[in-house]
Design a protein around this ligand. Structure first.
Ligand code: GDD
Length: 320
């Protein structure tokens, strides 16, 4: 049985990937960070057949021990300080977790499990406001990040490429555009909007405060994107890939559709609060995923609409 180690196993992607890898016949191991609220520790994976270990990417001793014990065949590095806005409040922590810790992982894996393949969760945030003339971002687009988070991910992206080339390793970057689901953290805009809509509908709150409504994102579903991760790791050669829907919509479009689904008009409820604006805004994302569609035959199964519908349904049942 092949062994997979997932860092960030209790995150949105970590939990969907665990389910997917179990179905593919993997023994799944994962690293959990200690959480002060014990119930939140493993909330997304508690019913899954996975082995977990307390650790932290930035704690090299825990990482060393886990790698030595598990001896994974494949490592999916999904752990990160993943909130772009908050990376402005926690810039040093962001770089330590998202860049330096990745170097630590690469170095330790090279010594302890030299045959292990590594997947690195790279991000469309790395492009910042660079857009090609045809309105897409692709592998050749200049990376011009506009947040500490984006900068930290560019460093990790380059480290993975460096180790791959210098030591002839199967290390890959998946540059994933935004991806959502009912398991999304509720301080990311999509789940914040959906949860608030349900609470408005159920008369629990009256308004929804947001920041910039005009930035555009290429939003897919996390379940489709973990499938892409698996395909990337099982391709014949280690490469870098873009994973996206090739469609872009504004936060306003998202609100319009989601409110309409429950019979409301977003204009009656959404108000702007400067607190949610960022020092620099990434204004527009639309990824060219032709490479993965062609070479790995990947394509998303969810649409923008079916994803939102699933999220609404989930929160309608959850919030009483
Ligand atoms: N979070 C948040 N909260 N975002 C808001 C809000 C709000 O109240 N109001 C407007 N926005 C806007 C943000 O300014 C941004 O333009 C957009 O909504 C999306 O914000 P997020 O959902 O926080 O995602 P993100 O695009 O910054 O980052 C996500 O996608 C990256 C890939 O491009 C994260 O998942 C990153 O980890 C990921 O790498």
């Amino acid at each position: 049985m092949k062994k997979a180690l997932i860092t960030g196993i209790n995150g949105q992607d970590g939990s969907y990937l665990s389910e997917y890898l179990i179905k593919q016949g993997y023994q799944v191991h994962g690293i959990l960070r200690r959480h002060s609220v014990a119930e939140n520790q493993d909330v997304r994976i508690k019913d899954m057949d996975v082995k977990t270990y307390y650790g932290d990417l930035s704690d090299e001793i825990s990482l060393f021990k886990i790698l030595r014990k598990v001896q994974p065949d494949v490592i999916y590095n999904l752990a990160a300080m993943s909130h772009v806005g908050i990376s402005n409040e926690l810039p040093i922590f962001t770089v330590k977790t998202n860049s330096l810790a990745v170097m630590q992982l690469l170095e330790l894996a090279k010594e302890i499990c030299p045959e292990a393949k590594i997947y690195q969760a790279s991000s469309s945030e790395m492009f910042g406001n660079s857009i090609d003339n045809d309105g897409f971002q692709r592998l050749s687009t200049t990376m011009n990040p506009v947040s500490p988070y984006g900068c930290s991910k560019v460093m990790a992206y380059n480290l993975v490429r460096y180790y791959r080339n210098a030591y002839n390793k199967f290390y890959c970057n998946g540059i994933l555009f935004n991806h959502e689901s009912p398991r999304r953290g509720s301080n990311f805009v999509t789940n914040k909007v959906i949860k608030s809509i349900v609470m408005i509908k159920k008369n629990i709150i009256k308004k929804l405060e947001l920041g910039n409504l005009d930035s555009k994102r290429d939003w897919g579903h996390s379940k489709d994107y973990v499938r892409a991760m698996y395909l990337i790791m099982n391709y014949k050669s280690p490469e870098d890939w873009i994973v996206s829907t090739e469609e872009t919509r504004s936060i306003r479009d998202f609100c319009r559709y989601a409110f309409k689904l429950v019979g409301l008009n977003y204009k009656d409820y959404v108000i702007q609060n400067k607190k949610f604006l960022r020092p620099l805004e990434l204004k527009y994302l639309k990824g060219d995923s032709s490479k993965i569609r062609k070479k790995l035959k990947w394509k998303p199964q969810y649409t923008f609409e079916s994803m939102i519908e699933e999220m609404i349904e989930y929160w309608m049942n959850k919030i009483q």
